[in-house]
Design a protein around this ligand. Structure first.
Ligand SMILES: *[C@@H]1O[C@H](CO)[C@@H](O)[C@H](O)[C@H]1NC(C)=O
Length: 511
């Protein structure tokens, strides 16, 4: 009886210790960003944690343990800031970094001024952990300071200039490619020059533009806030949605964990008509979706004609996610305004995926072992597709200058040559061959950080160094000065000896 009582107390105590109060901050208004956040927040809520979720897409039907704080009315003003995304793709990589840094800061300022954020800042709530979806919105890290609890960053990208500095993560430019690189880690000389320039210029923007700008808007909204960098360098854990099956291995600090593939849910049954369409397409189905950022208005009528002509020449069927139906489409093409993308990719009759190459879609394709024909428009899409091509599970066509000849031959190649599908299946096996599911891994490390009070033991000493110390610039300068002094002294000595000799000789002559 006594034992029972002790056991009962132990169990109830255990439950109440395990459930933590977690604040998730996910201000971006893009739906793919929301998907990455929501998947994690929902899982934490399902595990029994009490999750407060700041986001722009609040739930219509409440979810147990998940409380939304809505930023819905920031969607309008924020989307006005960005401008057409396809124009964004015409900028150079560094201009894109600069644009994201500026746009991210303007967006964060709107969020900081929002009444719900202001109220949260003044609240007496208690949280055990803050998770920030880290998209050029560093100022929001203030909430970890406010609630005096550990900070976890959920990154939208593989480890990059946006996160590396806060964990002191090394990214040697000789083999770690930048976020917009169209090549993989096996770079030739010119690619290494391009990569080094882009990595260094990107770091420069982080340290001298983004962080100071974020610090400024933070001070404007909350004058008592400490220096932003002291909060950022105190980050406990960084979660990145990357998996080595997608590309190349890179160095990672102990507090960076790759969880690529965590957002993919097990396939759900398809709606009846879609299921019939997929089942009956025994020759195979090509799935075509440009994600939520590229809209039908971004396609010129000529591009649409080019695409439809190429489709009419293959024996497979095509399932195209497009907002408008096209009356003169070939018989093998089916257009739907919305697709359960991951579920149709999981169907055994799916033979290829034509995609803009966003990280979510690329991950889903590899997860289900489907080769990709990429039409990258901007940013990391260029890298995702560049790597897919190099690794042999994808091909690329030029979105901005799509010509029928090359698009059609790439399409024929990807549906008819089995080597792409075989490589995609191989990559898929690598993605699934892990000791734990990626989502469980994410939850484990989040709970680990809570259990170990921020897990400072995982943080590298690199975060205590200034950037010039980290890159050894102080040591190099020291040696440069030392060697210069040595050479100058040698030179002066030599000159002096020379002059003495000369004057000695002329003295003799004069005698
Ligand atoms: C640093 O993080 C720890 C938890 O990891 C937290 O308790 C502390 O308040 C943080 N310090 C600052 C200056 O934000």
């Amino acid at each position: 009886m006594k034992l029972f009582l002790i056991f009962g107390i132990y169990v109830s105590f255990g439950v109440c210790v395990d459930a933590s109060k977690i604040l998730g901050l996910c201000p971006p208004t893009g739906h793919s960003h929301f998907t990455l956040c929501f998947r994690l927040m929902k899982e934490l809520a399902d595990k029994g944690h009490e999750v407060t979720f700041v986001n722009s897409f609040p739930q219509k039907t409440p979810i147990k343990n998940l409380k939304d704080i809505s930023l819905k009315d920031t969607v309008g003003p924020i989307s006005k800031l960005m401008g057409p995304l396809t124009d964004f793709g015409k900028l150079s990589y560094i201009q894109q970094v600069e644009h994201i840094s500026k746009f991210g800061t303007a967006q964060t300022e709107i969020v900081l001024q929002h009444k719900n954020i202001q109220a949260l800042m003044k609240s007496n709530e208690h949280f055990d952990l803050v998770i920030l979806y880290h998209w050029a919105n560093d100022a929001l890290a203030i909430f970890a300071h406010k609630f005096k609890c550990p900070l976890v960053m959920l990154s939208p990208w593989p480890s990059s200039i946006f996160d590396n500095y806060i964990s002191g993560n090394p990214a040697p430019t000789s083999f770690v490619t930048h976020l917009g690189a169209g090549y993989d880690s096996n770079m030739n000389f010119w690619e290494r020059i391009d990569n080094t320039y882009n990595q260094i210029a990107g770091e420069y923007i982080m340290h001298f533009r983004l962080i100071p700008a974020q610090n400024e808007i933070l001070k404007k909204a909350f004058p008592d806030a400490p220096e932003l960098s002291t909060i950022l360098y105190n980050t406990s854990l960084i979660l990145t949605p990357f998996h080595v099956s997608l590309g190349d291995p890179v160095p990672l600090q102990q507090n960076i964990k790759e969880i690529g593939g965590y957002h993919v849910t097990p396939p759900k049954p398809l709606p009846k008509d879609l299921q019939d369409f997929m089942d009956s397409s025994t020759e195979g189905v090509v799935i075509f979706s440009m994600g939520s950022n590229v809209k039908s208005g971004d396609f010129t009528p000529e591009t649409i004609k080019t695409i439809l002509n190429a489709f009419s020449k293959i024996k497979q069927k095509v399932l195209w996610k497009f907002e408008v139906d096209l009356p003169d489409k070939p018989a093998n093409v089916k257009i739907l305004p919305w697709l359960p993308q991951s579920d149709v990719l999981a169907h055994p009759n799916t033979v290829a995926f034509i995609s803009h190459g966003g990280l979510l879609g690329t991950t889903e394709a590899v997860y289900h072992g489907v080769p990709i024909l990429g039409l990258p428009a901007f940013w990391d899409q260029v890298k995702n597709i560049g790597v897919a091509v190099k690794k042999g599970y994808g091909l690329k066509a030029d979105f901005y200058n799509l010509d029928e000849q090359s698009f059609s031959s790439a399409l024929q190649e990807i549906v008819n040559n089995p080597k792409y599908r075989n490589t995609a299946k191989e990559r898929s096996r690598i993605m699934h061959d892990d000791p734990v599911k990626q989502l469980d891994k994410a939850v484990f490390w989040i709970e680990y950080v809570i259990r170990h009070k921020g897990a400072p033991h995982l943080r590298s000493a690199a975060v205590n160094l200034r950037w010039y110390q980290l890159y050894l610039l102080d040591i190099i300068s020291f040696f440069v000065v030392l060697i210069s002094i040595f050479i100058t002294s040698l030179y002066l000595l030599f000159k002096c000896v020379c002059r003495k000799n000369k004057s000695g000789k002329s003295d003799k002559k004069n005698k």
